[in-house]
Design a binder for this molecule. Structure first.
Ligand code: TRP
Length: 329
C-alpha cells in the first residue's frame, strides 16, 4: 500500500502539526510504503521571501526525520527536486476545469487576503493532484482543511482514467480524528496555528522547555475545578485533556479517570506542560543534530529525490503516452 502526504515548508511547526500531521505520518509509515514530500513549489503561490523558503525547506525535512520518519523505510524529498511534479501539474491542467478551481474555498479565502493573486494560487490544487497521483497513492493522511482538494484530486484521476485509459489509482483521504485537532491554549475555540490567534497559546515543537511550561501554566480554562472532557461546555480543559492524551498515548477516558479526584487545574496544567516537554525533548535533540549538519541533511534529501524520481517515472511516462505525445526513445 502506498501512502503519500505533502507537508508545507515552514520552520515553525506546532503541537497542532505534531498531533494532526507528524504523529499520523509516523503511524502510517508502519502500514505501507510512505512517501513524504516537502511541497516547496506550493510555497511560491503567495508572497514569500526566497531566504525564508530555503530555510523552511531544510527545516521541514529535518522535522520529518526528527519526528520519526525513517529514511530507509520511507521516501522523503523536496518537491522541486523531482521535475515530474511540475510536468504532471501541466498535463493535469488539461483535465481540470476553470469552474472547479474557481469553487475551491481555499482559493476564495486566500485570494481575498492577497494584494497580488498569482495564477499559481489558482492552480495550486492541480499541482497537489499531481503530487498524489504520480505515486499511485492509495492513502493520503491530510488535514480537514484539505478535504476539498483531495476530492478534486479524485475527480481529476477519474476523469483522466476515463478519457485516456486507466492510469491512476484513485486515492483515499485519511483525516485526523476529533481529538487530534489541538486548539490554541489561549483561545480554545480556534485551532492552534501560527497564522492566526494569540501566539502565547501556540506551542511550537522547537520551543524552549521553559517557554512550553509557561504556555501551559497560563492556558485558559474555566471557573469550575472539574477535570472533565466536554468540548462544548469546557473547551479549555478538554483541549488540555486531549493534549495529555497525545503526549502520553492514553485515551481521553483514562486521563479523565487519572485526574478525577485531583486538586484543581493548576497541577494538571503543570503535568500537561511536563508531558509535552518530555515528548518534544528527544525530537528537539534530533532536530538540532540534523540542522547542525546541513551536508548530511542534503544527502538525505538527495537520496530521497532519487527514489522519488524512480517511483514517479513510470506514471509520468504513461501520462504522456496516453495523452498522445510523441516519445523519443
Ligand atoms: N495543500 C496541502 C496543505 O496545505 C499540502 C500538500 C501539497 C499536500 N501537496 C499535497 C498534502 C499532497 C497531501 C498530499 O496542507
Amino acid at each position: 500500500m502506498r501512502i503519500f502526504s505533502g507537508i508545507r515548508a515552514s520552520g515553525d511547526k506546532t503541537l497542532g502539526n505534531y498531533s494532526g500531521g507528524y504523529r499520523q505520518y509516523r503511524a502510517t509509515q508502519e502500514q505501507g510504503e510512505g512517501v513524504f514530500c516537502i511541497v516547496d513549489l506550493h510555497s511560491i503561490t503567495t508572497a514569500y521571501e526566497p531566504e525564508g523558503l530555503h530555510e523552511a525547506t531544510l527545516a521541514g525535512a529535518a522535522m520529518l526525520f526528527a519526528t520519526g520518519i525513517d529514511p530507509e523505510r520511507s521516501i522523503v524529498f523536496a518537491q522541486s527536486h523531482v521535475k515530474a511534479h511540475a510536468e504532471a501539474a501541466w498535463l493535469l491542467s488539461a483535465v481540470t476545469s476553470f469552474g472547479e478551481l474557481r469553487r475551491m474555498t481555499q482559493f476564495k479565502d486566500k485570494s481575498a487576503e492577497q494584494e497580488f493573486v498569482s495564477a499559481g494560487l489558482f492552480t495550486y490544487p492541480v499541482l497537489m493532484a499531481g503530487d498524489i497521483l504520480l505515486y499511485q497513492t492509495d492513502i493520503v493522511p491530510i488535514g480537514d482543511d484539505q478535504r476539498q482538494h483531495l476530492e478534486l484530486t479524485r475527480d481529476i484521476a477519474e476523469r483522466f482514467n476515463s478519457r485516456y485509459g486507466t492510469t491512476f489509482t484513485v486515492p483515499q483521504g485519511v483525516y485526523p480524528e476529533e481529538g487530534a485537532r489541538i486548539k490554541n491554549l489561549q483561545e480554545p475555540e480556534r485551532l492552534m496555528s501560527t497564522s492566526a490567534g494569540n501566539p502565547q497559546g501556540v506551542v511550537r515543537i522547537v520551543d524552549e522547555p521553559d517557554i512550553i511550561r509557561k504556555k501551559f501554566k497560563t492556558a485558559v480554562t474555566d471557573s469550575e475545578r472539574e477535570i472533565r472532557h466536554d468540548p462544548v461546555a469546557k473547551p479549555g480543559i478538554s483541549n488540555l485533556i486531549e493534549i495529555m492524551s497525545v503526549a502520553v498515548g492514553k485515551s481521553v477516558d483514562a486521563i479523565e479517570r487519572r485526574y478525577a479526584d485531583d486538586a484543581g487545574y493548576g497541577p494538571f496544567k503543570e503535568d500537561v506542560g511536563e508531558a509535552i516537554v518530555a515528548l518534544f525533548d528527544p525530537i528537539q535533540d534530533r532536530y538540532r543534530a540534523l540542522r547542525a549538519d546541513e551536508g548530511a541533511l542534503r544527502k538525505l534529501l538527495s537520496d530521497g529525490a532519487e527514489r522519488a524520481r524512480e517511483a514517479a517515472a513510470p506514471t509520468l511516462a504513461a501520462m504522456y503516452e496516453r495523452m498522445g505525445f510523441v516519445r523519443l526513445s
